[in-house]
Design a protein around this ligand. Structure first.
Ligand SMILES: O=C(CO)[C@H](O)[C@H](O)COP(=O)(O)O
Length: 210
């Protein structure tokens, strides 16, 4: 089981500080959607140069032109990109084609997908590397959590699962019990007074369960 740090701040400076503080405890560094939109593709190369041994995920949440968007991220140094499960199947296929071409990986994010089991099976068949079970921040603010979907999908599909959505030290045990491949934590670490301390605690629990 891996720990992914979602960095959803707006500036490269803040992002680089957070990555530096926590990298010892993190397996995958994520350049979050607001961050990649705000700072652009140059941050991908910069982050990879500073953390060459970490996997680097760019949370593109691509909705169209899957191959085109994934190509320039992989060429800049990303190891993993995300594409939306609600996108056209051709868009998802395009991101997967790009990943295979570059020897990299794709997460299909199931945010807002109505029939997640059917979609997960379709994208697994196409060659996606992971399916992401995700309650977005607006959905979290309306009281949602990814746990119920994680429980359901972990029984119904074989593809490795990534889980995200407001996960913190209090909710971690139930998430870990479902044995996802990757646990994504954003705000609980990046918004903490001491991000390193929280990253260390979360990482310790994940290591113990792995
Ligand atoms: O992709 C995202 C929002 O769309 C976030 O990066 C993801 O939800 C993880 O952050 P948090 O732990 O704060 O929910």
């Amino acid at each position: 089981m891996k720990l992914q740090l979602a960095i959803d701040v707006l500036t490269s400076e803040e992002a680089l500080v957070l990555a530096k503080k926590t990298s010892k405890y993190i397996d995958i560094i994520e350049i979050g959607t607001p961050l990649i939109k705000h700072e652009g593709v140059r941050l991908i190369s910069l982050m990879k140069a500073l953390h060459p041994k970490k996997e680097l995920l760019v949370d593109l949440k691509t909705m169209d032109v899957g191959e085109y968007e994934a190509d320039f991220c992989f060429e800049a140094g990303a190891d993993i990109v995300t594409v939306l499960g609600v996108a056209d199947i051709k868009t998802i296929e395009g991101a997967i084609v790009s990943a295979k071409k570059h020897g990299k990986k794709v997460v299909v994010d199931m945010i807002n997908v109505a029939d997640k089991i059917t979609r997960a099976k379709e994208v697994a068949e196409l060659g996606a590397d992971y399916v992401g079970i995700h309650s977005g921040i607006d959905q979290q603010n309306a009281g949602q959590s990814p746990l119920a979907d994680l429980k359901k999908l972990s029984k119904a599909v074989d593809i490795p699962l990534v889980v995200a959505g407001g996960i913190n030290l209090d909710t971690l045990d139930e998430i870990i019990a479902c044995k996802p491949e990757v646990v994504v934590v954003g705000g609980a670490i990046t918004g903490a007074k001491n991000p390193k301390k929280i990253a260390k605690k979360i990482s310790k629990k994940i290591r113990k369960a792995s």
